[in-house]
Design a binder for this molecule. Sequence first.
Ligand SMILES: *Cc1c(COP(=O)(O)O)cnc(C)c1O
Length: 471
Amino acid sequence: MPVQPDRETLPANQKRQLIDWDRSHVWHPFTQHSLWNAVDPLIIVGGDGEYLFDADGNRYIDGHSSLWCNIHGHRRPEINSAIIKQLDRIAHSTQLGLASPSAIRLAKRLVDLAPPGLTKVFYSDDGSTSVEVAVKMAYGYWHHVGQPQRSRCVALRNAYHGDTIGAVSLGGIDLFHGVYAPLLFKVQFAPSPYCYRCPLGKCRDTCSLACADEVGRLLNEHRGQVAAVVVEPLIQCAAGMITAPPGHLRRVRELCDRYDVLLIADEVATGMGRTGRMFACEHENVVPDLMCVSKGLTGGYLPLAATLATERIYEAFLGPIDSGRTFYHGHTFTGNPLGCVAALANLDIFESDRTLEQLPAKIERLTGHLRHLADNPHVGNVRQCGMIAGIELVKDKATREAYPYGLQVGAQVCAHARQYGVIIRPLADVIVIMPPLIISPESIDHLMNTVERCIEETVPRLGAGTCDGLE
Ligand SMILES: *Cc1c(COP(=O)(O)O)cnc(C)c1O
């Protein structure tokens, strides 16, 4: 790995000290610390474009967009200077009882970009809270229009909507959510649109979207009791980049219309160009009643989220002050100006870089690599949705048998990739590819060739191996 001579590095003793303090004091997210503490963590000190730099000056492709949020690359001058300019004005003032130019301008921009009919923007801090807001709005809506018995949500198995308790309630990943079951509110779950391992035992060519129709069955069974259906449009990301069959989202929208239920689209991962369109819902001409955006909203710079709502929902919350209709929800940093100007600069770059116009060629390049990988004996299934891809490794290609979880095959492949200058992170045994949209064709090639190489160099020797500690 070439050391970048112009890069800031950390002196060895400082690095040592930080590693010790990390072990002593930092509790990392989604991390088993008995493994984490066994090896030295990689400390990232800088970034540029699609690259990350570690404390020794090594350069890596940021293959997961710093957890699915970076869009136009690191250290973008336009976003940096927007934040710096805002810092010279004010870092934060509240949205409670006061307004600010950046939050107003961003709301207008988001409404102009969003599917038609989503006219109101409610800010929060992260994806989880944007989903909580949507659920409370959906329930509040029905309450205020005289149907308080509509208190249930329908979600999909394998869903991921965040880690706060409300968002976990809507989640369907047992590995993450099982322990907390007693804390959760009750949700009706429809099958995951996981064609490679169809929960209904159907075949994609002949299923006629039976999994989506299960949503209809639940809506019928709980007629008049459901406030909203919550979905990740097109792709269940955290579950392992599970791509829904075309038409799934549209069918769910139609079912929501038939049973007069609100549709919440959680675009936290899929929004901001990641699927090739600004929002995933556009692919199927679906207009949700509530839409959540976060991760890429600020280009991956600062935490900010928005829940977009229709006029119909908003109006149900109007009334005299003693009507009990006020939406009593908000966070201290709601609509933070630094986040809002970063988001505005992010949207400006979509225009100046013509980001969406550049994507088809990159998506096609990624497709080429994925097609090739699909033939690999260790690869059971490849899935792609725009600039998002998942490569599912399997023990037995013919039977689709998975590796035992304890073997951490995905983690091992990803750990190995670091020596070739690539940072990726798996979801169980699905290798996740989700680079910044700015990524160059050459970097796509390096990223994907590295994945192939690491599968070949790692998987065959993993008989009774144990995880080396890198998650
Ligand atoms: C990441 C994610 C969330 C949670 O967002 P946080 O910012 O981590 O709270 C919610 N929904 C989806 C679809 C996500 O991918």
